[in-house]
Design a binder for this molecule. Structure first.
Ligand SMILES: Nc1nc2c(c(=O)[nH]1)N[C@H]1C(S)=C(S)[C@@H](COP(=O)(O)O)O[C@H]1N2
Ligand SMILES: [Mo]
Length: 255
């Protein structure tokens, strides 16, 4: 069992099935039992999300001191998008890169990296927990997502924020999504710096999501476009994220 006793451990052990744990061979509590619970109470994702918010409201994830930062922070998943257009942008240090914000917004916009870096920023030292069973504490600096989306203005039908990434696995584009509660959470930022230095490519340059109360796979790297939608049905395979579509990971990956 590789998981440390996190709140997710409590939530998943006590209340809902943990598909990722099952998939990684950590089936401590029994798939049959968790499936029954899931069937009885509806989507495990939604249950975990409701329970987390009921217990913690919109509580902050723990933050740490500089002295607690991990000496090594592993790079995981894709570490260099294969897309030639992305590689051309990287070669010029992302000066030609811009982030598209569209979908259910009042004003579709594009932001250069310089514009994003000129916005009010937040720095946070947090623990990243990967579903594969490793964790690392790192320092992230970026613009709060809510602040950036204020520039575009959400339309009333807006329900989810989708992050489209530059990379793919076997032709399937990486993407992720969160709801508007996580959109407004103060620790939900689009980070352009890590551990006091520009975000390395392997960690998702020029811009990656930090959504600190959820597992690592939600933290989309290489974000190229943010799309605001009313439903996730039309995006990718319809389950709200690359790994959700590919192998059924929870859409709400509360820690
Ligand atoms: N675009 C993109 N985002 C991604 C991934 C990826 O492969 N592509 N991997 C995810 C997973 S599983 C984890 S644990 C973290 C890893 O972030 P890191 O490389 O900074 O450690 O990024 C997440 N975001
Ligand atoms: Mo991960």
């Amino acid at each position: 069992m590789v998981f440390s006793p996190t709140r997710r451990g409590f939530l998943t052990a006590g209340l809902v099935g943990a598909a990722p744990m099952v998939l990684s061979g950590c089936d401590v509590f029994g798939l049959a039992q968790s499936q029954r619970v899931t069937e009885a109470l509806g989507s495990a994702d939604n249950l975990a999300r409701r329970v987390q918010r009921l217990l913690g409201g919109n509580a902050l994830a723990p933050e740490f001191e500089d002295s607690e930062m991990s000496p090594i922070f592993r790079m995981n998943g894709n570490t260099m998008p294969a897309d030639p257009a992305y590689q051309a942008l990287a070669e010029r240090n992302f000066v030609d890169w811009s982030l598209a914000v569209d979908g259910l917004v009042e004003r579709p916009v594009r932001f250069s990296l310089a514009q994003i870096m000129a916005m009010p920023s937040r720095t946070q030292i947090t623990r990243h927990d990967c579903v594969e069973g490793w964790s690392a504490i790192g320092k992230w600096t970026g613009v709060p997502l809510a602040r950036l989306l204020d520039e575009a203005g959400l339309r009333p039908q807006a329900r989810y924020v989708v992050f489209h990434c530059a990379d793919d696995f076997n032709g399937a584009q990486y993407y992720e999504s969160i709801d508007l509660v996580d959109k407004d959470h103060p620790q939900t930022i689009l980070a352009y710096a890590m551990n006091g230095a520009p975000l390395p490519i392997g960690h998702g340059a020029p811009l990656r999501l930090r959504v600190e109360r959820q597992l690592g796979y939600k933290h989309a790297k290489f974000v190229m476009r943010i799309e605001v939608v009313s439903s996730l049905a039309g995006i990718g395979g319809g389950r709200g994220g690359y790994w959700e579509d590919a192998i059924g990971y929870d859409w709400y990956a509360g820690i």
